[in-house]
Design a binder for this molecule. Structure first.
Ligand code: ADP
Ligand code: MG
Length: 605
């Protein structure tokens, strides 16, 4: 059964889709029963790009042309990534566009790709496996800021998907468990994946899910466990990782991950590299290595509980999400914190996609059995005097939301104000993330502090921000949309959509058809008016020929065939030549007092 709508978990490490079958979410599996698609791409000299496990298999042979963890790059700047670049064996550059926006690009096989394009390739593969649906709900970590959500939405568009909604992963997970499995009350969702960590506190009341708070870290996950094991191995085996030998790094990373997964069920496992002594790692050693990271995640849970105004022990249910939540130490510490055994009934790798499918179904079927309400993960504000960020929308406000704050000027006769938008919890702009800026101009010169600038922040249901500003006193209303200071512009996204191989042709045709239809529509209207004006000037046969061609054209306009519409349009134009001549004659008579066009010279026309 093919459904036109799916839920997609676009993960750092693994991506997958799920859809509703007979009222229940089911993950999309291939013939071998595999649901998880490694979020991995491999670029070849002949231009082919392998996606998923085929790409992952190339990782060891061709590390320079294989990329994973693209999600870490989404909506980020080079500065954000400083800490991680040492372990990413690819050249990542930041290009400045003509308008000053910064766009990250990954250099692969001599070509540069934006993170949005790379994510779109993964989404396209997930989409293909699901039978090419056209609509999707895509999930993101709750901690993702505006730029990261925008980048995810853009990736979906580039992959040819109509993105119905961007949903927080923990919210989706709770939705997958659903009202029948979870106890009414408060639910904590602990999601430790490959690259990101989230903890969210949700309430479940009267069929309504509401996220009370979210906390997390976009740089904490199973990849970090792998890295700790890599450094542990390097220290024991006297290996120099700073040499950045890509083949060695990836071989070691793979071996470390296998060792980690084995340690989830065994008391000891080995890291074995070709031609070297295998190193045995015990569960106890591994636990000691990762303890600081797990503690960090537990502290984030405490913070989320604090924000929600709830004691961890008072939480009625805990849901585990993400492959790394299978690590025994993680399970133990989560159980300790909340004082109860967590829910593990559903596969932690699949639960987010399942919830996204449920949400997609709610959105498309119009069923309103469950409502989802998400929150703004980080406060949003405007930079004011002295580099201080004035918060307009506070963290954890339920979306959609709107807030307006009034500002004024500090300079006599100031006619323009630059507004810079920041997201984050810190006081100073330099410690927050700069989302973008715009200038409100056209303010009539006034004394300082007289202008009343009302700045409105609007966060839609996807958590995406629009900012507008109006100067009230002058009555001069101007509003502007915030433009992200990094990431793709809307035009760039649309260009990529058109370039996308599978869509370029269809989109071009659709646009051509619309353009022809618009023109035909105008021609028909002019002709109707013209026929009335021409009166007796046309013979009944000529009028009948125009009517026939008009009916023919209307039929073609209701179809989808571009050449047929073009042909009907041409026939219509031929049929209306006598009418055009009659109208020109009439117009000329009016202008030149009885002369017909036949006697007008070209230069007079
Ligand atoms: P993401 O949401 O970031 O794409 P997943 O939820 O799929 O990630 O989790 C992937 C991470 O889970 C990887 O780091 C992987 O090594 C880890 N993982 C998967 N299975 C296990 C396991 N049995 N024990 C420990 N870690 C695991
Ligand atoms: Mg995940």
């Amino acid at each position: 059964m093919s459904t036109a709508v799916v839920g997609i978990d676009l993960g750092t490490t693994f991506s997958l889709a799920a859809r509703m079958v007979n009222g229940r979410p089911e993950v999309v599996r291939d013939a071998a029963g595999v649901a998880l698609v490694p979020s991995c791409l491999s670029f070849h000299d002949d231009g082919t790009v392998l996606v998923g496990s085929a790409a992952r298999a190339r990782a060891l042979l061709d590390p320079e042309h294989t990329i994973f963890s693209v999600k870490r790059l989404m909506g980020r700047t080079l500065k954000d990534l400083e800490a991680e670049l040492t372990l990413i064996p690819h050249q990542i550059v930041e290009r400045e566009q003509a308008d000053g926006r910064k766009v990250l690009r990954v250099r692969l096989n001599g070509r540069e790709h934006t993170p949005e394009e790379l994510s779109a390739m993964i989404l396209r593969e997930v989409r293909r496996r699901a039978g090419d649906p056209t609509k999707a709900v895509i999930t993101v970590p709750a901690y993702f800021d505006d730029a990261q959500r925008q980048a995810t939405r853009d990736a979906g568009r580039i992959a040819g998907l109509d993105v119905l909604r961007i949903v927080n992963e923990p919210t989706a997970a709770a939705l997958a468990y659903g009202l029948d499995r979870l106890n009414a009350g408060t639910v904590a969702v602990y999601d430790l994946g490959g690259g990101t960590f989230d903890c969210s506190i949700l309430t479940l009341q009267d069929g309504v899910f509401k996220v009370l708070s979210t906390n997390g870290d976009t740089r904490l996950g199973g990849d970090d466990f792998d890295q700790l094991l890599m450094h542990h191995y390097a220290a024991k085996a006297g290996l120099d990782l700073t040499a950045r030998d890509p083949l060695l790094l990836q071989t070691l990373r793979d071996a470390a991950e296998r060792c980690k997964v084995a340690l989830s069920t065994a008391d000891a496992a080995t890291i074995a590299l070709p031609g070297r002594e295998p190193l045995t790692v015990t569960r106890t050693e591994f636990d000691a290595l990762i303890l600081p990271l797990v503690v960090r995640s537990i502290n984030k849970c405490r913070a989320a509980c604090r924000d929600a105004g709830i004691d961890p022990k008072a939480v009625s249910d805990t849901v585990l999400v993400g492959g790394s939540s299978r690590v025994p130490l993680v399970r133990r510490m989560v159980a300790d914190l909340f004082g109860k055994e967590p829910q593990t009934h559903l596969n932690p790798d699949e639960v987010v996609a399942m919830g996204a499918a449920v949400q997609a179904d709610i959105l498309t079927s119009g069923k309103r059995t469950v409502l989802l309400l998400d929150v703004v993960p980080l406060s949003l504000g405007i930079e004011t005097l002295g580099g201080v960020v004035d918060k307009v929308i506070d963290r954890n406000t339920t979306v959609p939301c709107r807030a307006t704050t009034r500002y004024t000027t500090f300079v006599e006769g100031q006619t323009a104000v630059k507004l810079t938008i920041f997201q984050g919890e810190r006081e100073l702009a330099r410690d927050c993330r700069r989302l973008g800026e715009f200038t409100l101009g056209g303010i009539p010169p006034m004394a300082a502090q007289l202008p009343q600038l009302d700045v409105t922040f609007l966060v839609n249901a996807d958590g995406i921000l629009t900012v507008s500003a109006v100067e009230q006193r002058s009555g001069q209303k101007a509003s502007v949309e915030v433009k992200a200071s990094h990431g793709l512009s809307q035009d760039e996204v649309e260009t990529l959509v058109l370039e996308s191989v599978e869509h370029a042709h269809a989109d071009f045709r659709a646009r051509q058809f619309i353009e022809l239809t618009n023109k035909a529509d105008a021609d028909l209207r002019h002709t109707t008016k013209g026929l009335a004006a021409a009166g007796e000037a046309l013979s009944p046969e000529q009028v009948a020929a125009v009517d026939f061609a008009a009916a023919d054209l209307r039929r073609a306009m209701n179809g989808t065939d571009v050449p047929a519409l073009q042909a009907a349009s041409d026939r219509f134009n031929t049929a209306t030549i006598p009418l055009a001549e009659a109208l020109m004659n009439a117009a000329a008579k009016q202008l030149f007092g009885g002369q017909s066009t036949a006697r007008l010279d070209a230069d007079q026309l």
